[in-house]
Design a protein around this ligand. Sequence first.
Ligand SMILES: Nc1ncnc2c1ncn2[C@@H]1O[C@H](COP(=O)(O)OP(=O)(O)O)[C@@H](O)[C@H]1O
Ligand SMILES: [Mg+2]
Length: 586
Amino acid sequence: MVLGVRSRLFLLSFVLVAIASLSSSVYLERKLRPMLERTVEVELLRHARMVRETLIARTGDHTVEELNRLADRLGNAVASRVTLIRNDGTVLGDSNLSEAEVRAAENHASRPEVIAALASGAGSARRYSATLRTEMLYVAVRYELRSGAGVARVALPLIEVEALVRRLRLFVAVAGLIGLVVATFVSVMAANLFARPFRSLVDKARALARGERTRIEVAPAGEIGHLAGSINRISEDLEQAVRALADERDRFHTVLEAMADAVITLDSANRVTLANPMAMEFLGLRVPPVERPLKEIIRSSELERLLDGDEPVGPISLEFDLPVARRVLTRITPMRATGGHIIVMHDVSEMRRLETIRRDFVANVSHELRTPISVILANSETLADGGVPDTDQAARFLASIHSNAERLSRLIADLLDLSKIEAGRYPLALRPTEIEPELRKAIEAMLGPARMKRQTIESSGGESRTVVADPTALEQVLLNLLDNAVKYTPEGGRIEVRLGTLDDAVRVEVVDDGPGIEPRHCSRLFERFYRVDPGRSRELGGTGLGLAIVKHLVESMGGHVGVEAASPHGSRFWFTLQSAIRSDSE
Ligand SMILES: Nc1ncnc2c1ncn2[C@@H]1O[C@H](COP(=O)(O)OP(=O)(O)O)[C@@H](O)[C@H]1O
Ligand SMILES: [Mg+2]
């Protein structure tokens, strides 16, 4: 059983008071008895002296009859037994005996008090009296008379002393009891008084432990006041620490939520303890994979092999593919405190894709450059060697050199344009631009080649439209599309440019009735160097960059491009541009 503060305080003070009163009672009792006996002895001595003086003052005969009567009277007067004994031990009178009994009384010479009184004048003894059958206290004094010396003895039964002691003992006991009752009462009061602040302290501390916000109001002085102050301070510190922790946790949470990288933490058994939203997206999970083994959610033999050992691994990086078409660069860092790991996955799919594109581009560029350069080299070497005596033939060689040089120059011009547009260094001056004049210029430029192939170029769509565009860029876009249409549409074909209005944009279409483009090529047609038939494109002087330039220019001007099949055959290249004429409300 656990006692409360109050009960303990009460018990303690009660025991203290009980011990104090008990020990003082014992002490008193111990001292009282001898003191009392001593007082009685002194009293008896006085009586004995008085008996002696009375005897000396007496003038009558000293017969047994006379002395016994005197002893009776004196015994009555002092309420004690009075005995008169001659120095030879013969009893001369006794207040408790009749004359006959006195005469028959045994000799008292051997009694210690008598011996002591005869020797030194006074003596006392305590002894069982055979005559009276009780414990007695004897005090004797010597007397000298003309008729002879003797001893006057006074005795008191010890029973009387005993009764006195008992009565005193009762007083002491009653006093102790009263003290105890008072002490109990005071103890209860004191315990209550002391326990109250403690109790309130305990209650408040309990409330604090439960997490309630509370302050302890206790008188500021004394140890309890200090204690309350300390507890208040501790609770404030605790609250601050909890708040700081919560802030920290929120920050941590926000960072994790906002991260573009996937973060997964593992315990020492490679079980997931935390996964941020990006991790769930990376792994195609809808519920947090907490508590699940890592190998269930990421199937990478390399990762598994690394983590399967007993020792913590890392920091180490590795790259692998996730099922949801993602290539991730993964960093594994051990957490020394828990024996687990942190796995951070960074999506490198786009980076890897761009790397591939760049590699392909470099390969493509080299490939495109190699042919014209080798033609130029071979032809010029032949000419230089003087291996061509015929001037006609020489002219053909020179024409070949020229056309390949032109092709190189076109290629380099296109590449430069493209890289400038991509780098954002192509000077685009976006402003409201009327489409018609640019379209007319582009058509006029293409009329020559079209006429050679007996093709017609028409434009339809009626009224003029103004778009947000750079006029030169717009003309180049139109030129490229018309050039393709003329190039890839057979003789006698029909090319049409249509203008249409969308909500707040203008759609421009270049439609031809040529062979069209198989759907499988459509999505890649706007990539650099992508051609349906590379041989034919080269033959026609194409660089394979025209549509890439178109796409980049249009997108830089805020538009979109696309291609679809025209009916019944042919292709329809389209692009949109922001309309410059705003609706009336604006
Ligand atoms: N109007 C069209 N009809 C058929 N095929 C086309 C048309 N326009 C473009 N193409 C195809 O798209 C490819 C890429 O065009 P482009 O980027 O302009 O390069 P180039 O014209 O230099 O070959 C062409 O090689 C051709 O195969
Ligand atoms: Mg082209």
